[in-house]
Design a protein around this ligand. Structure first.
Ligand code: GLC
Ligand code: CA
Length: 544
């Protein structure tokens, strides 16, 4: 497999990628049927979201059996075939390990519920305090993070949905069980792993109320997190594999360790601070226009900070938990093509491994839903109710959900202009935006100027020019809050990248001249001579 520095990863949300049997739900055989498409994109790894046995309250992030395939997605034979067929094309697979919690349908939890002390110790059960929950911590999906089990007279912790019970990593048996899961999939030929919310696994020794926040400061990047990761990686022999950890509300300090080769923890990390620049007062469910000045400072902090510590980033805009970047930070109408390409360029020329989320390479947009009944995600439906309870009108609540819902990123992949978007011949499990008539693989494959063509070019450039994979990075100042720019350097060569985040021509503080330089990529026809301003949403990468 390629070195992870010049690799590009493509994320597949199984349920929404391709449906092979017409039941409206994407599946493993659907992925197999699209491997040639993925090969043509040039990506090196596929991160495939969980397809294990699950009641699907959180679409598979509630695992009931790490060794069994959810029949909705296919069989073990299908998965075995996928592993072989991906390898034949030189594409590595990364499976999604949800180890912070299991579904309450998992056999371990069921045994715990019978009062079996061995299995109760797999989870975090606590006695009531003064007749109520052990702490005031808030679940990430809304409400208190503890659920009472009357038959046991105890509460269990669930940082996510009530059907996702947090595992007790302090228990060595739990750690061993989870290592066995990795060993099992590694033996089957899986090259990589993505660890779900892995920086939340180490809980505090004492559980106490949080009077300053929602409790996260007590368990985020917790006391044993680094030793747990070292043990997990060391004992399963995956130090050479492609690994990425999803780090919720993390700190740069911790990430410089998680993703530092010297620490032997993970290859790279996802952090999310740059995806909160449109949160009002840090609140996901309160809208604000994106603050691009803040975005630039966050890139400065993380790109340069990780570099200075010798650690490696995963770089991305989109995943199955995020609204679509082009709708969020670009303009999905007038400058749809330009802004989608600009956002792509900003990430793909950075220092780090870029991740493309299914449909991002087409410029797929947010869902165009107009009624709350069209949303399915557990977080969205919970928060809609919370917003109403807080006194918002149904219209106000819907406006917030429409901007923030995870379903924006989960609408089916748009393959063709036809009804069903080539995703399914049946009824899709989640509504397909009307714009699939022009935003789809079939149409974009025919257009040399498409967003898809631009993504292919960026993926290829990373392989062709070492400076993109290995150069140093410095965030520069182009004289405007609306331009994010940076410089990469390697062996005396310099790559300058300028991205205009505004739908207007924006002057540069200092003109740059193109003579004697090579434009590696631009989302407009190339300029000539000296460039004094960037066109609306222009992005340009110049090599000198
Ligand atoms: C991660 C996943 C998300 C899931 C949550 C709980 O954030 O990406 O989809 O709901 O963890 O497992
Ligand atoms: Ca199906």
């Amino acid at each position: 497999m390629s070195d992870f520095r010049n690799s590009t990863v493509y994320q597949i949300y199984v349920k929404s990628f391709c449906d092979s049997n017409g039941d409206g739900i994407g599946d493993i055989n659907g992925i197999r049927s699209k491997l040639d498409y993925l090969k043509s994109l040039g990506v090196d790894y596929l991160w495939i979201t969980p397809f294990f046995k699950s009641p699907m309250n959180d679409n598979g992030y509630d695992v009931a059996d790490y060794y069994a395939i959810n029949p909705m997605f296919g069989t073990m034979e299908d998965v075995d075939a996928l592993i072989v067929e991906a390898r034949e094309r030189g594409i590595g697979l990364m499976f999604d390990m949800v180890f912070n919690h299991t579904s309450t349908d998992h056999e371990w939890f069921r045994k715990a519920l019978t009062g079996d002390p061995e299995y109760m110790d797999y989870y975090i059960f606590k006695d009531p305090v003064d007749g109520h929950a052990p702490t005031n911590w808030v679940s990430k999906f809304g409400g208190n993070a503890w659920e009472y089990v009357p038959s046991l007279g105890k509460y269990y912790l669930h940082l996510f949905d009530v059907s996702q019970a947090d595992l007790n990593w302090e228990n060595p048996k739990v750690r061993e069980e989870l290592k066995n899961v990795i060993r099992f999939w590694k033996k089957k030929g899986v090259d990589g792993f993505r660890y779900d919310v892995v920086n939340l696994i180490s809980k505090p020794a004492v559980f106490e109320d949080d009077f300053e926040g929602d409790g996260r400061r007590f368990y985020t990047d917790g006391r044993h997190i680094h030793s747990f990761l070292k043990e997990l990686v060391g004992d399963t022999g995956i130090a050479g594999c492609m690994t990425v950890g999803e780090m919720s509300s993390t700190s740069l300090d911790n990430c410089t360790r998680y993703a530092n080769p010297a620490e032997k923890e993970l290859k790279m990390v996802f952090s999310f601070h740059h995806l909160k620049v449109d949160y009002l007062n840090g609140q996901k469910w309160a809208l604000k226009a994106p603050d691009f000045g803040e975005l630039r400072e966050l890139f400065r902090k993380w790109q340069e900070g990780m570099q200075d510590a010798g650690a490696w980033n995963a770089v991305f805009w989109c995943n199955h938990d995020q609204p679509r970047a082009v709708s969020r930070f670009g303009d999905d109408k007038k400058y749809w093509k330009e802004s989608a390409k600009m956002l792509a360029m900003m990430i793909h020329m950075m220092r780090g491994t870029p991740y493309i989320y299914e449909g991002e390479e087409l410029g797929m947009t947010n869902a165009d839903y107009t009624d709350i009944s069209q949303y399915q995600d557990v977080e969205s439906t919970n928060y809609y109710q919370i917003l109403l309870d807080e006194g918002k009108s149904p219209e106000e609540a819907l406006e917030i959900i429409a901007a923030r819902s995870r379903d924006n990123g989960r609408t089916p992949m748009q393959w063709t202009p036809e009804e069903g978007a080539g995703f399914t011949t049946g009824t899709p499990w989640l509504g397909i935006p009307a714009n699939h008539t022009y935003i789809n693989v079939e149409s974009e494959e025919k257009d040399p100027d498409s967003i898809l063509a631009f993504y292919k070019k960026l993926v290829a450039l990373r392989k062709e020019y070492e400076i993109i994979a290995d150069g140093t990075i410095k965030i520069t100042d182009a004289g405007s809050e609306d331009i994010i720019s940076y410089e990469r350097e390697l062996d005396g060569a310099k790559l300058s990248v300028f991205c205009n985040l505004k739908g207007q021509e924006t002057p540069l503080g200092e003109a740059f001249c193109l003579e004697g330089k090579k434009v590696l990529a631009c989302n407009y026809p190339d300029s000539e001579g000296c460039v004094k301003a960037l066109r609306p949403f222009e992005a340009v990468a110049v090599l000198a």
